[in-house]
Design a protein around this ligand. Structure first.
Ligand code: COA
Ligand code: ZN
Length: 319
């Protein structure tokens, strides 16, 4: 089988636009609109939706309505509703309003952890490992998102063994999944290949997600490298919104509709209805107050054709 065809292989897409996307926006999207966005995304067929973040409202004012949003959405059977959690307070808030999975967050580098979470990595780990252990019995899903796993805007390259060691510590504490995050678009395909294969070889049973930002145009190349290395789960943000306000130079995630469009052409099964997704994405500029980077919203699908130019329609030689 060619590496360029998915042969209907399943790739799970996880929408992070209502968290990673909206956290970066200066406008506050009204709570009812956030709920409507999540409900439309559920209808579009995403496997998992990161609904919001239970973080300090001072750190991320745009998501200060996390409880209302998580409590207000309509749950679609089969969709996992997750939320970002930085500490015990966040875990309690998330569980109190019926979140399906905790997406714990810390950074692979000390500088970004201090900037983003105002803790050392060991302080973050102590708190997050305690939450993970508490969730082990009865088993409640806990994913750990490791920011800056492919590079740090303040420290540069991040050694692979160091990243894998944080993964090991969380897996040993009982994490059910790990997301390797390329917070500021520093990942490149051979690096993705190497980290994905090393992770898969060590923890074949742990759910592995890759989270790419398209800051340097490498997002989809990295997805293909990861698929080739056995990864079948990716975060993406509607419209290509996204970015961490505490990571210098951060910009949007890989764009969900662009990824779906490309994977469909390659015959992968994403389970996502692209027409519905595009209809939701077209609502974003009205909510965030600016155009989005979405290539497919701008250009249309590959075979969305245009009428012939009027001059040609009038026939050759026409004035
Ligand atoms: N949810 C709501 N409020 C929280 C909270 C949580 N999870 N954790 C702490 N707080 C509140 C405290 O109650 C306190 O409130 P007060 O000032 O009204 O008393 C305030 O936040 C400060 O608490 P403290 O424990 O000293 O936290 P901090 O100021 O050192 O911030 C974090 C630490 C982790 C809470 C904060 O840095 C944070 O939320 N960061 C997330 C950043 C983010 O989401 N980045 C993008 C995603 S990668
Ligand atoms: Zn991100």
């Amino acid at each position: 089988m060619s590496a360029w065809t998915g042969a209907r292989r399943r790739v799970c897409l996880q929408e992070v636009g209502t968290r990673d996307g909206l956290q970066m926006e200066s406008v506050f999207v009204p709570t009812a609109e956030k709920i409507a966005l999540v409900d439309s995304l559920s209808e579009a067929g995403l496997a998992k939706i990161e609904v919001t973040a239970f973080v300090s409202p001072k750190a991320i004012p745009a998501l200060r309505d996390a409880e209302e949003v998580m409590s207000g959405i309509s749950r679609r059977h089969g969709v996992v509703y997750t939320a970002l959690v930085p500490n015990l307070r966040g875990a309690e808030r998330a569980m109190d309003c019926g979140t399906d999975e905790l997406n714990l967050v810390m950074s692979a580098t000390e500088s970004h952890n201090l900037a983003n979470l105002r803790m050392t990595r060991e302080q973050s780990f102590a708190g997050l490992a305690a939450i993970t252990e508490r969730c082990a019995a009865p088993r409640f899903p806990v994913n750990i998102s490791l920011s800056c796993a492919f590079g740090c805007p303040m420290e540069g390259d991040v050694p692979q063994e160091g990243v894998l060691d944080w993964c090991r510590r969380f897996v040993e504490a009982g994490a059910t999944g790990v997301t390797l995050c390329d917070t500021t678009g520093m990942a490149y395909p051979p690096q993705v290949d190497s980290l994905a294969k090393a992770f898969r070889a060590r923890w074949p049973e742990t759910e592995l997600t890759m989270h790419f930002h398209d800051t340097r145009g490498l997002g989809f190349a990295n997805i293909l490298a990861a698929i080739d290395a056995g990864v079948d789960r990716f975060d993406a943000a509607l419209g290509g919104l996204g970015g961490c306000p505490y990571a210098p130079g951060a910009s949007g995630n890989v764009c969900t509709e662009t990824v779906v469009h490309a994977l469909e052409l390659m015959d992968f099964d994403t389970g996502v209805d692209l027409d519905r997704l595009l209809a939701v994405s077209r609502r974003l500029p009205g909510l965030v107050g600016h155009d989005t980077p979405s290539a497919i919203v701008k250009a249309g699908r590959r075979l969305d054709l245009h009428p012939m130019p009027a001059s040609v329609q009038r026939g050759p030689g026409a004035l």
